[in-house]
Design a protein around this ligand. Structure first.
Ligand code: PLP
Length: 386
């Protein structure tokens, strides 16, 4: 049986979610939520229910939530919508953000917005002193710090960060794509005024996400159209996707504790096994991390080789962020943490989901150790392991 250990890249659609989506893909609910007739009203009702469900997952108000085509669009909307509404404001970005934040920040920088990066420590946590220094160096409009890193799973202390950001009169954007549904995340408690979510990381469909905007804040739309989503995101709503997102969020909220403790059991077993492989380094070790994520490096081995060998044995993992695969450059996340280039190039990310089992972890460890041993035997001075 193949083993899927790449749930931070995407999760399979929960069959309960699929079942709930089907009536919105053809019959009986095919209306456009903007239409005033009964078909439209039925669609509008489904949209409103889903908005509540998604907002509830992160303790937000439904009226603050805008559906987008995914986490990437929500991150883009947060940064570009803010910059368009408050031109000339400086933006600070955590160095380990996902490309969905870094790329729009760089695009804004090319357009003349002052963008600076905030460093992290060797465990991947935002350096609070460096953040305070940057905030004191000149007026800042927006700060972007993710709640949990997609590669290492490292959690940021968002409440502490948001206190610094608010004291400096700036706004905090928090990409909560990876934490939502895995650990409790409460928008109010976090202090963030902008929060990004995505459905396909929580067993919902792809191509649907959300940006939650605190009611004290206004953004400019980056996509104009028929005034949908309170004018913040024009375009006929992806109703089936939205319904699926709502159902997935509802299930994630109800099952959060069970999912987290299941993932923690698998992670602890995997880490105990990896610690027996000499030289193996778990990135972000000692920092608070997502219960389902382990990223590790094995000096002297290339992640692409390991990944392909694992794939041949039916085990799917990632070498870091799936969005970066194909590039042989080491992960910017690991480099920002000060991980040496060669070690960073050996990174493998395992991310568990609901259906993974202890037996799969044991099989992974057996196969991984076998691959490492095989490569070491074939090329004796390659790698310091085994
Ligand atoms: N932000 C983070 C932290 C992610 O992990 C991802 C997906 O990998 C995204 C944003 C992008 O979300 P989407 O795939 O829904 O565009």
């Amino acid at each position: 049986m193949p083993i899927y250990f790449d749930n931070n890249a995407t999760t399979p659609l929960d069959p309960r979610v699929l079942e709930g989506m089907l009536p919105y893909l053809s019959d009986p609910v095919y209306g456009n939520p903007s239409s005033v007739h009964r078909y439209g009203r039925a669609a509008r009702h489904a949209l409103d229910v889903a908005r509540e469900q998604v907002a509830q997952l992160v303790g937000a108000e439904a009226s603050q939530l805008t559906f987008t085509s995914g986490g990437t669009e929500a991150d883009n909307l947060a940064l570009k919508g803010f910059a368009a509404r408050q031109p000339g404001q400086r933006i600070l970005v955590n160095a380990t953000e996902h490309a969905a934040v870094i790329e729009p920040a760089q695009a804004l920088s090319r357009q003349g917005v002052q963008v600076d990066f905030i460093p992290v420590d060797d465990r991947g946590r935002v350096d609070l002193q460096a953040l305070e220094k940057e905030l004191a160096r000149g007026k800042v409009g927006l700060v972007a710090v993710m709640a949990a890193n997609n590669e290492t799973g490292v959690l940021q202390d968002i409440p502490a960060i948001s206190r610094c950001v608010r004291d400096a009169g700036a706004v905090l954007h928090c990409d909560a794509v990876q934490i939502a549904g895995k650990l409790p995340f409460d928008m109010q408690g976090s202090g963030a005024q902008l929060v990004t979510l995505s459905a396909h990381k929580i067993y919902g469909p792809r191509g649907i996400g959300a940006l939650i905007v605190d009611k004290t804040l206004e953004l400019d739309a980056t996509q104009q159209g028929g005034g949908q989503e309170r004018g913040l995101r024009g375009g006929t709503e992806n109703l089936a996707g939205i319904v699926g997102f709502g159902l997935a969020a509802d299930l994630a909220r109800q099952e959060l504790n069970a999912r987290a403790s299941h993932a923690r059991t698998l992670r602890d077993r995997l880490e105990a096994g990896l610690r027996r492989v000499p030289g193996t380094v778990i990135f972000g070790d000692g920092a608070e991390r997502l219960p389902n994520t382990v990223q590790f490096g094995t000096p002297g081995f290339e992640s692409e080789t390991l990944l392909m060998s694992l794939d041949r044995k039916g085990i799917a993992v990632s070498s870091g962020s799936a969005c970066h695969s194909g590039k042989t450059e080491p992960s910017h996340v690991l480099l920002a943490m000060g991980v040496p280039r060669e070690l960073a190039l050996s990174a493998i990310r395992v991310s568990f989901g609901q259906s993974n089992t202890i037996a799969e972890v044991d099989r992974f460890l057996e196969v991984f150790e076998g691959i490492v041993r095989g490569i070491s035997a074939a090329i004796p001075n390659r790698g310091s392991v085994l």
